[in-house]
Design a protein around this ligand. Structure first.
Ligand SMILES: [Zn+2]
Ligand SMILES: [Zn+2]
Length: 248
């Protein structure tokens, strides 16, 4: 952590003591501290909390929820036959809709990066629940933003989430990837065309020497970004790459 980061964190900490706390999804005033239950209870009001849908039983390939015992096939109907690339599996914490969608939007564009740590801790616990004991050599790698975008936003939400998840998992956070070029937002791009838009967008900054990777991002939609990032990790010698996302 640089001195600048430290100063900023201190300033935000002080501000949060003075400013009234609001829900990170709907901006309603929050009751004073002391909340119980799940980690995201710290940043959400009671109605939004109730509206968040945690993912339980899920497809191991894409992380999509599915009813338990419904289908013996290893992959769910929505991702069967679609490319996985170097992504060995996906774990997701929440459904990307309702308050969770508004929450992640505010994290990205509304300065609510205070939600990253609680979400990251919850994601870490979800990873253990879904995958069981982790390989001791595993490293946690965030999906990077392009430098210009990171600079404009002041932080990378995936990095903040990954940091908290790595702490829960007791594995090192390794910023092993960089964005080679800016890519246009995938919103509105046809699903089949997305891989082509992000292909080659990442490069590895270091060799991974066979270590398995937990690749962390905030949202998975088509999975194209995760596949492009995993391809760069595989090229740098990573072992199995498992994706972990806050929502999908
Ligand atoms: Zn709310
Ligand atoms: Zn699936």
């Amino acid at each position: 952590m640089s001195a600048l980061d430290l100063a900023r964190d201190l300033a935000t900490g002080l501000l949060s003591l003075l400013a009234p706390r609001t829900c990170a999804a709907c901006l309603a005033a929050l009751p004073p501290r002391a909340t119980f239950g799940r980690e995201w209870a710290l940043v959400l009001c009671p109605p939004c909390r109730r509206g968040v849908e945690p993912i339980g039983a899920a497809c191991p390939a894409c992380g999509a929820p599915r009813p338990p015992f419904s289908d013996p096939a290893p992959r769910c109907r929505s991702c069967r036959g679609r490319p996985l690339g170097e992504v060995a599996g996906t774990v997701a914490l929440l459904r990307y809709r309702g308050p969770a969608r508004r929450l992640l939007h505010r994290v990205k564009y509304g300065g609510r990066d205070d939600a990253c740590a609680p979400l990251g801790r919850a994601l870490g616990r979800r990873v253990v629940e879904a995958l069981g004991p982790l390989d001791p050599a595993l490293v946690v790698v965030p999906v990077p933003l392009h430098l210009l975008r990171r600079w404009a936003r002041g932080f990378n939400q995936a990095e903040r989430v990954a940091e908290a998840a790595a702490e829960v998992l007791d594995r090192p956070l390794v910023p092993a990837l960089a964005r080679r070029r800016r890519t246009r937002p995938l919103f509105g791009v046809r699903r089949e065309a997305r891989d082509a838009v992000v292909a080659g967008a990442f490069r590895a900054r270091r060799a991974l020497g066979g270590r398995p990777v937990l690749l962390v991002d905030d949202i998975r939609t088509s999975g194209a970004t995760l596949r492009a990032a995993a391809a760069a990790l595989a090229a740098a010698g990573a072992g199995a790459v498992t994706a972990a996302v806050v929502a999908r």
